[in-house]
Write a protein of this length. Structure first.
Length: 84
């Protein structure tokens, strides 16, 4: 399995959630990028968020967002040696 543009867009949305405050949700407005609007709709259909335009993370969504943000932290914090 590879990362498709749709999956990357969903991961980007999950990375936006504030894990420090589960009472803080997201609202994706109709003027947002079409890829973001579609990604939020798919996350809703998958049961990861509570509303088709954002809302709050579900229990499964919280798990997904935690994993997404942990992976992003790992990948961006590691020093990559320069190649010659």
């Amino acid at each position: 399995m590879s990362y498709t543009p749709d999956l990357v867009a969903e991961l980007e949305i999950l990375a936006l959630f504030n894990l420090g405050n589960t009472l803080e949700g997201l609202k994706v407005h109709h003027v947002a990028a079409p890829t973001a609007i579609a990604a939020v709709q798919r996350l809703f259909e998958k049961g990861l968020i509570t509303q088709p335009d954002g809302g709050y993370l579900t229990s499964l969504g919280l798990d997904a967002a935690e994993h997404t943000q942990s992976l992003l932290t790992i990948l961006t914090s590691l020093n990559v040696p320069e190649t010659a």
